[in-house]
Design a protein around this ligand. Structure first.
Ligand SMILES: Nc1ncnc2c1ncn2[C@@H]1O[C@H](COP(=O)(O)OP(=O)(O)OP(=O)(O)O)[C@@H](O)[C@H]1O
Ligand SMILES: [Mg+2]
Length: 511
């Protein structure tokens, strides 16, 4: 079969970085083609070339679509040729409605200049229904969670009925059931004849829906595999050149340790229409203990962390190391020794106009200072040490954050909270978008911190991560703790059963 979309000899350099070093990439009609590789391997760069974000002339090599040579000068040109694209980072207009976002830039298609708003909403409804989503087309995007925003962007790409759809890590911020729903959408699109290029770090998804895979390593193709050759270990070996050992490092909950964090009757108001917030949540975490919050998207897991950290108005009592603290703002929380790794690195994590180094040390300058002055030498060596420890792929501490690959941006945020040496560390999706090798490194760091007496709370949409990493799991549904068990006392089915029971109860109470 001839490829529908193919690239030959693609070479792309940025100032100081050779991102692609001669890539051949062939996508067959009607397949779901996985594009794999470690953070910084060049995946996003390749799809940006195929989509005109990096326009013709900014790279060398040849691209053909359905047998014809194409050179896209812009994303609009690629769209017009039937190439759809959902970028890795969320790009939505917060103050507009879902329908306006889905059709932003596409209005007037085939029907003159004006389209009635009701019509846009109805069409958006149809696309969202097709995706199996209950998001209201009239909702203002600012009220949505980051996962829901990602789904809106997918709807936006589908609005143009593309022939080839490229998805750059669409599931990075989704949890189990949402991932399943999305994979179901991909299967449906495949039956409709849409060809897809699918980037992910979650290998089980590849085994589940993809037909073939191309693995990039350091800007080169390391392997091209057909479905019969699919195997997680083989992918990992092609990506890293290494075999990975056991996924989760061993950790035992400390016995009789004092509570480092305790939360009593925490209430957080939900965002209008979208989520529940937190209701009467009480729990404590011992020094050296890792506690996981499991639950579905929008169950209130992140709101609990945000409430403790003072990012959203909350009431209830919080104590750190026995000391009651009044948390009215993140500053109060930080002063008390609490650090938060945010889930949404673009919206409230990284400062895109500051370089890599400053993004790590921001807020952490005190220990690097003497008599109120920042010691440049200490700052520089601390930055280099943090970059080395987390294997941050950037040309130098002066490099621009906007130019880092998604997974490397995540590592910067992690480096920042580590440097803070907190007593309590709240991690919201700590491995979002990071590759298998770095994921292991992050797990290792989490356990190391626990061994130093830090109390950790982990929110992850990957149940496996919560169950494998944490000493104790709290299951959250509708903003409440509905179940609690220790490592080894339950698995995924226990979490899902508790969630289902809580939901059934909510439905009963409402009727
Ligand atoms: N605009 C840019 N300017 C400078 N360097 C860039 C730019 N875009 C990407 N790079 C560099 O090119 C390399 C490949 O980046 P790319 O974003 O394609 O990686 P990726 O495979 O998508 O990784 P991830 O899994 O982390 O998203 C990285 O070293 C990155 O820092
Ligand atoms: Mg990427």
């Amino acid at each position: 079969m001839d490829p529908i979309f193919s690239a030959r000899g693609i070479v792309k350099a940025f100032a100081g970085v050779q991102a692609l070093r001669g890539v051949d990439f062939n996508v067959l009609p009607g397949e779901i083609h996985a594009l794999l590789g470690q953070n910084g391997a060049g995946k996003s760069t390749l799809v940006k070339i195929l989509n005109g974000v990096h326009p013709a002339g900014s790279y060398s090599g040849e691209i053909t679509l359905a047998g014809e040579t194409v050179s896209f000068a812009s994303p609009a040109a690629a769209r017009a040729a039937g190439v759809g694209y959902v970028p890795q980072e969320i790009e939505v207009l917060e103050q507009l409605s879902v329908a306006e976002n889905v059709f932003a830039g596409h209005t007037g298609l085939g029907e003159g200049v004006l389209i009635h708003r009701h019509k846009l909403e109805a069409r958006t409804r149809a696309i969202l229904d097709d995706l199996g989503l209950t998001i209201d087309p009239k909702a203002i995007v600012a009220s949505l969670t980051s996962a829901q925003r990602h789904l809106v962007m997918i709807a936006r790409a589908l609005a143009l009925k593309p022939r080839v759809l490229m998805l750059d890590e669409p599931t990075a911020s989704l949890s189990g059931t949402e991932v399943e729903a999305l994979l179901e959408v991909l299967r449906r699109l495949k039956r409709q004849g849409v060809t897809m290029i699918y980037i992910t770090h979650r290998l089980p998804e590849v085994l589940e829906v993809c037909d073939r895979a191309t693995v990039l390593r350091d800007g080169r193709v390391a392997a091209e595999l057909g479905r019969d050759a699919f195997e997680e270990e083989r992918f990992i070996f092609a990506m890293s050149g290494q075999r990975l050992q056991k996924l989760f490092p061993a950790h035992e909950a400390p016995v009789g340790a004092r509570p480092m964090l305790s939360v009593e009757h925490l209430n957080v108001a939900g965002k209008p229409g979208a989520i529940y917030g937190a209701r009467d949540v009480s729990f404590s975490v011992a020094a050296g203990e890792i506690v996981g919050l499991a639950g579905l998207l929008g169950s209130g897991r992140s709101e609990i962390l945000h409430g403790i950290f003072g990012r959203v108005p909350a009431d209830g009592a919080v104590r750190v190391d026995g000391q009651p603290i009044a948390i009215r703002s993140p500053r109060d929380a930080r002063d008390a020794g609490i650090a938060l790794l945010t889930e949404d690195r673009k919206r409230d994590g990284l400062l895109f106009n500051l370089p890599v180094g400053a993004n790590i040390t921001i807020g952490n300058l005190d220990p690097l200072s003497a008599r109120g002055m920042v010691r440049g030498d200490r700052e520089r060596s601390a930055i280099l040490e943090a970059m080395r420890q987390l294997n941050v792929k950037a040309s130098s501490p002066q490099a621009s954050v906007a130019h880092l690959s998604g997974g490397n941006q995540q590592k910067l945020l992690f480096a920042r909270v580590l440097m803070r040496a907190p007593k309590v560390l709240l991690l919201d999706e700590p491995t979002k978008g990071v590759d298998a090798a770095t994921r292991q490194e992050i797990y290792r760091l989490v356990v190391e911190l626990a061994n130093k007496g830090v109390a950790l709370v982990v929110v992850s949409s990957e149940l496996e991560e919560v169950l494998g990493l944490c000493d104790r799991c709290l299951t959250i549904a509708d903003g409440r703790i509905v179940d609690e068990f220790k490592r080894g006392e339950g698995g995924e089915d226990r979490v899902l059963r508790a969630v289902a029971a809580a939901q059934a109860e909510t439905v009963r109470a409402a009727s």
